[in-house]
Design a protein around this ligand. Structure first.
Ligand code: UD1
Length: 358
């Protein structure tokens, strides 16, 4: 079976690593082309992930780079169409909800290539986020659906998808987390800032509604710092966030803004932290499995199991809500989470088994 595996942005690399490892472990013969769209291109947003997660060099790089949603989509579609014109695989696999996944899904389907979506069926209901539009578009044209939860499977059935084409396999992001947990690495900053176990806070923010308005962003940072009981806050800033903060470097003493960290370093920090405050989706899954309290600064989530079963609290984007949750944490009243069904490190293996049957 010839597979095109698409990856373009940071969270994709973590997910495809699980599929590639499962292909390597499989006795079946698969041949795949790894296509990097180039949506993320910085060493610390892309290259380091390939090294750390033992992902082979991409066979092709479409070099889409930065741009508006439409510019990125167009450039990826043009690049991938050219590849498909010279060779058509049996199936194209896209993961998650980023622009790269949506652009390649549409391109593959228009060339009559079978399409599989990994992490299909999840929905936030918030159409103001490009990721939600991407999820809906990809699922509307996919042939096969690999889901991370029974709820996602239900969403797809409700949308009229054939049950026989939907496979609840678990979570590829968690496969990678569990596979690499023993390799998590203490980052240099641990020593520099004299971190101690469970004695610091991690913050990540990159969604437009949290970071695009500088006054709101600064208010969020100030509120977290004021209620952190003096613990250091480490903020590995996404390039988009770093650009917005720019020269208005924070004057908050216990806030340490750094460049994005590598996968092994970041998850080392997560695994030893007091709490993670974030607007990412994937991080809420990782903290749930690592049993670390997580506060999500968003109004909706496409991953409700991290709240219903896991360690995550969805508190909205208004900074005023932060103190209540930080106090709850420091008072030792955080809920105890459990690990969602099938988030057991074997999703990639299940996907590969199903592909070989197909
Ligand atoms: C994308 C995903 C988002 C995911 C995030 C993880 C979409 C719609 N969004 O958002 O779901 O959570 O990745 O990181 O696909 N930039 C760099 N270097 C890079 C990459 C980006 O400097 O290597 C800067 C560029 O100025 C770029 C901006 O960051 O314009 C935003 O990047 P983009 O790929 O458009 O979206 P993300 O915000 O990263």
């Amino acid at each position: 079976m010839n597979i095109d595996l698409i990856a373009g942005a940071r969270p994709n690399f973590v997910k495809i690593a699980a599929i590639i490892n499962a292909i390597r472990d499989s006795t079946q013969s698969f041949s795949f082309r790894l296509i990097h769209t180039g949506q993320h291109y910085d060493q610390n947003m892309s290259g380091n992930f390939f090294t750390d997660l033992n992902i082979p060099m991409p066979d092709f790089n479409l070099e889409a780079g930065s741009g508006s949603q439409a510019e990125q989509t167009a450039s990826i579609m043009i690049g991938y169409e050219k590849l498909l014109n010279s060779f058509k695989p049996d199936i194209c696999i896209v993961v998650g909800d980023v622009t790269s996944s949506m652009a390649c899904a549409i391109t593959a389907k228009k060339q009559n290539v079978k399409l599989a979506h990994v992490e299909a069926g999840i929905r936030s209901g918030d159409l103001s986020m490009p990721e939600e539009i991407n999820r809906i578009l990809i699922d509307s044209i996919s042939d096969y659906f690999f889901t991370t939860s029974r709820k996602a499977t239900q969403n797809l059935i409700q949308n009229g998808k054939k049950e026989s084409h939907i496979f609840f396999v678990g979570n590829t992001m968690i496969d990678t987390l569990l596979r690499f947990k023993s390799k998590f690495r203490k980052p240099d900053i641990w020593k520099e800032l004299e971190f101690k176990d469970r004695q610091y806070i991690i913050l990540t923010l990159h969604r437009p509604n949290n970071v695009d308005e500088i006054s709101r962003l600064l208010e969020t940072l100030q509120t977290i710092a004021e209620h952190s009981r003096g613990l250091p806050i480490i903020f590995p800033a996404h390039p988009r966030t770093a650009k917005i903060i720019g020269s208005r470097k924070s004057k908050i003493e216990n806030l340490h803004i750094t460049s994005p960290l590598g996968y092994l370093e970041f998850n080392f920090l997560v695994n030893h932290s007091k709490v993670v405050i974030t607007d990412s989706g994937g991080i809420t899954e990782e903290t749930t499995v690592l049993d670390i309290p997580c506060i999500t600064l968003r109004d909706s989530t496409e991953r409700p199991e991290t709240v219903d079963i896991g360690t995550n609290e969805l508190i909205g984007v208004i900074p005023e809500k932060i103190p209540f949750y930080l106090n709850k944490l420091f008072d030792g009243k955080w809920k105890k989470g459990k690990i969602p069904e099938l988030w057991d490190g074997k999703a990639g293996m299940r996907i590969v088994e199903i592909l070989s049957r197909l």
